[in-house]
Design a protein around this ligand. Sequence first.
Ligand code: ADP
Ligand code: MG
Length: 550
Amino acid sequence: MAGNQPIYILPEGTDRFLGRDALRLNIMAGKALAETIRTTLGPKGMDKMLVDSFGDVVVTNDGATILKEMDIVHPTARMLVEIAKKQEDNVGDGTTTAIIIAGELLKKAEELIEMGIHPSTIVIGYQLALAKALDKLFDISISASDKETLMKVAMTAMTGKGSDKAKDYLAKLIVEAVTKVANNGEVDKKDINIQRITGGTVDDSFLVDGILIDKGKADDSMPKEIKNAKIALLKYPLEIKDLETDAKIDLTNPLQRQAFLDNEEEMIKDMVDKVIESGANVLFAQKGIDDLALHYLTRAGILAIKRTKKSDMQRLVKATGAQIVTNVEDLTADQLGEAGIVYEKKIFDQLMVFVEETPNAKAASIVLRGSTRHITGQIERALEDALGVVAATIEDDAVVIGGGAPEIAMSKALKEYAETIPGREQLAITAFAEAIEVVPRTLAENAGLDSIDSIVDLIAAHEDSEYMGLDVFSGKVVDMKAEGVVEPQRVKKQAIRYATEATEMVLRIDDLVAARGALESTGSEDDGMDHSGMPGTYNGMGQGGLPPMM
Ligand code: ADP
Ligand code: MG
């Protein structure tokens, strides 16, 4: 009777869930994650206050930031966090949308499974639906990337993100910055640097036509300004290593010590001479510069900056045409870059070095001002979203209308399409159609409106025009194109794609093997509360010192 003997193939201390159980657990985790952030969707979305274990506070309604700050441990929830990250990297906006669509697709899948439909049938139906939904999305897209459209796109992304008072002004800065660095319709977002300086108000923010380094020159007596700059970028320390640790000589012997110091002095002088001989009058060093070297550099009239950030060095390469030199011995005139002017200036109480009029004009910096660090932090996140959407609009030359309009259009198209599909896949397509309505539904809920009424009104209004969306401020269904609520097509396209991908991944899992305890949270173990019926808090989230969220 060996058949009755259980065979252990897994180590002790492993939890295993099979088939339905595995699926149910995973779907629960995905839904819970979506529940957690759904209240932040749209201009009327609420903020979340996140406190980490060091007591640092972040107040935000930015989906990507929330997911980053929350220490999510459940593996399935983490898979969804991954799609949010992909959305953030690829588009720079629409993370909340991607997650709540995924949550809804999972919820609908669960209902279908309860009805006895196999997960792989659902996957096929969802794939058919995705293709059809994207067809419709492309259909209703508008080809536009003129400045006026870019402004609207930037403002839509910033609405409700704590920057509303200065939205027009900030949108203009973003559009100017992005159009400046755009190169044959491509935008490298790294060419734009946002520099936060606390102090002053948001209206004091401004655009720098070039590169901004957030530190002053290395020595006070160096020139404050250099015209026709010849710029050297050096990734080599202009200093001799620490005397005490490096030296093998007897430092207590005064003669030897003097000889050593003379030698060191000589080496430093040689290094600086290399810089001078190259013809450079501005030096950005990625490493340190010794006091003595500073003295020689100052005497030669060179403006030097030490410990320049790597990202700034890369921007300088691109904009000035300089090459980063790793050994000062190799520095020659060929490797120098150029700029019309390099100067130091104090903004509020922070010294900065500006590099302007560069030959390859592919650099822009935005100096963001605000009264507190929290305010500039919140606005910076809004600016980053705006940056992402403006870049995506320039690159794709395609926008859609916001406020739930495209979701309703896609949903309607899918419901019609479903009727043409025989078999059980039809049910999955209908489910997909209903799932993407979660976007307008949530916009309505977050605006304190009746979501059922809003959806009914939207569907009716779409008989006339596919640009009808929900204006969350008036609570009415209006032509959102006329309202100027415009988003890049890419935001919607990728959100739906990534959401479907993640759902499929979850639906294909029928065996969940986990180290014991891996699916449990550490934070909510003994708080004496029953979380079972509470959205957003299940055993696997709300960890890392964060209070349970609703
Ligand atoms: P995400 O992280 O997904 O970008 P947001 O909180 O930025 O989430 O909300 C985006 C949603 O808000 C989009 O569906 C967009 O169309 C909608 N939206 C933006 N502005 C308005 C507006 N004025 N009225 C209604 N909906 C809007
Ligand atoms: Mg957004």
